[in-house]
Design a protein around this ligand. Structure first.
Ligand code: PSU
Ligand code: MN
Length: 305
């Protein structure tokens, strides 16, 4: 069968989660975001956090050219152990990975795109991609930011990753019309740290409040996703000035080693995970679990009358 027919058939048989409280999970965080075995342990723990809220976890990835909407623990384990064989997939290389029957870990952008095909409305991750520092010169702007205008999937994260330029990321989100909603906060959380100095305009103080705001965007039929920012729990929040010192060192090394394109974010996260005495990694695990809990509650609430 030719690939067009094969994929069209695969796509027409995708599961439909429109009337179910599903929460999508990505796999780039597994294969390119955390070291083994913390990556697989976290991936499985996230599924449990979501189930505990009465929602359905759906981990997304590409296994040998097959779009997986719901991966098995063995598949997740393979992604966790063999990152060198797993392509980091975004919107721009998804077709290539499928055509060549490769395996791919989906980023926020690709996970949103695939979740949307299966009518999954909620997605939990750690931190989304954004405008990189010096992005005005390098043009390094994550495709994650553009995906909100293309796929109607609401993403719960702990803010843009601290390695990024936060004010530029905020401007870019605003330009693209992405609703940015703080969960119990007036300030943008910055991934490892619960609070920044950047004020937010939209705030929800309960899950019902959040579902209400999201449903109001949905009623407008804009076919776009909202970005919910959920601060890392206070007890795990890192001191921004301390983590910033390590971030600056990581950025300096990335530049010196000419790290470019999609390798930048994994390089920086890897450096942080290895040079903070485990603090960056444990903060990342804590925040993503916290996001999975909120996403699970949100998925349930969005379906209630
Ligand atoms: N959140 C995490 N760890 C990660 C990521 C998010 O806690 O590794 C991944 C997501 O898949 C996100 C990607 O889409 O980092 C951003 O990569 P880039 O900057 O190349 O778009
Ligand atoms: Mn990039």
């Amino acid at each position: 069968m030719n690939i067009y027919k094969e994929l069209t058939e695969q796509l027409s048989n995708l599961p439909d989660y429109s009337s179910k409280p599903a929460v999508a999970l990505e796999t780039t965080i597994v294969s390119h975001g955390m070291p083994y075995p913390a990556n697989v342990e976290t991936a499985i723990a996230l599924e449990h956090e979501i189930t505990a809220q009465g929602a359905i976890p759906v981990t997304i990835g590409i296994v040998k050219g097959q779009i997986k909407i719901g991966m098995t623990p063995d598949e997740i384990d393979f992604f966790a152990k063999h990152h060198e064989e797993i392509v980091k997939v975004s919107r721009n290389n998804l077709g290539y990975v499928l055509a060549n029957k490769l395996s791919g870990a989906t980023t926020v952008a690709a996970t949103m795109l695939i979740a949307n095909l299966a009518n999954i409305k909620v997605f939990a991750t750690g931190g989304i991609g954004g405008v990189h520092r010096e992005g005005n010169e390098t043009f390094d702007i994550s495709a994650d930011l553009l995906e909100f205008s293309k796929s109607e999937v609401n993403v719960v994260c702990a803010g843009p990753k601290a390695i990024l330029d936060l004010p530029l990321t905020l401007e870019y989100l605003e330009t693209n019309g992405v609703p940015l909603i703080g969960y119990k906060t007036d300030y943008l959380p910055m991934f490892y740290s619960a609070k920044s100095n950047y004020r937010l305009e939209q705030r929800a103080d309960s899950v019902e409040d959040l579902a209400n705001i999201i449903n109001s965007y949905r009623a407008l039929n804009l076919k776009q996703g909202c970005l919910v920012v959920n601060p890392i729990p206070d007890e795990d929040s890192l001191d921004p000035t301390q983590i910033e010192i390590v971030i600056e060192k990581a950025l300096e090394l990335a530049k010196a080693n000419n790290i470019k394109g999609k390798a930048v974010t994994p390089y920086l996260l890897d450096y942080l995970n290895h040079h903070t005495g485990g603090k960056a990694l444990s903060a990342n695990i804590s925040l993503v679990k916290n996001n999975a809990r909120l996403a699970g509650k949100l998925a349930v609430s969005l379906l209630s009358e």
